[in-house]
Unconditional design. Sequence first.
Length: 395
Amino acid sequence: MSPLNLAALLGQDEFLAQVLHRHYRHVPGALPNLGELITWDDLNTVLATHRMEPPRLRLSMDGEMLPQHRYTTPVITRRHTVWQRLHPTELHARLAEGASLVIDAMDQLHPGVGRAAMELERWLRTGVQANLYASWTAREGFGVHWDDHDVIVMQVHGMKRWKLYGPTRTAPMYKDTEEPEPPPSEPLTELVLRPGDLLYLPRGWWHSVSASEGVHSLHLTFGIQTTTGAQLVSWLADELRRHDVLRADLPVHATGQAQAAYLAQLRKEVTAALEDPELITRYTAMRDGADLTRLRPSLPHIAGIPADPEIRVQLTTGRAYVEPTEHGVTFRACDNEWEMATEAAPLLWCLIFAVPEAVSLGELAETAGLSVADAAALVTELVNGQAATVTGGHL
């Protein structure tokens, strides 16, 4: 499936500058063919072919997770292990009673959803996880609640009513110093999402959701990983260990004057680091380069990639990047770094711009002006470093 162009649909640079982390945005009919992304048959196949335990797969009703035994049957294998098999009749009964079906990390189970998540990761430069929700009644599966991360919702089938109450605490966190105040009794707005609608909601916004329109509903929620000042400071503390004063023992038993002198030294190093105008850029680059989102093997090619122009190559991350250096380029992806000749840059950029899609080895070779064999050797390096995966081919 081709990219969904989610950045353009949500507003591209205007969205990043004026909406992201600030306000909700509803885009009706943004994706008229969203039903091609994932279908009810796809969901049935996932449920039938994967063994998923709570909380990965769960039923929720009135804000509570239902006990697994209410919709599964225990199976004892010949190796004397026990797993819980979904019982379709009981599953249907619980859903008819008002439970909502949830599958976490659907992007790891369904290729089309995974590509959509990678598309968002490339644009937003952060991790994205897609959860699937299916509901059949007006009963709310989770009650009025808030999430500790921003979300982008895609309504796939049916309709869902969203009541938005707004935030009562600025940027609340999962690990926080205090809980947000309760939401107001009346919502700020109510929205009915229809197939193809997009909804962006910042973290901390109280909301409730129900299939109250008399039709069953299927939607995907793409959770956007937060990047906070607290995380930056935590990373900076590790970076500053290169300074003696950060590695030294705290002067717990020293005089007050000695402790004040120590704090002055500490303040000097921390202040100097925070005054670096490139600090956020460096931190973001570190996070991008360390991203390990959807690692995928390249079987059967365990000893190298053959020089087959039909083989297709895809990056396993949407956050790889290339930097020019004095003697060539540096490529960073999946917690690895490669120093390469300048001639490799066109091939690397071709892979980056193709995300979340794959590119043939022949196209990569032509783009970089390399032989297919040389392109295969370069791709082998990326595959061995987890940054790329290959499919197809005839050898």
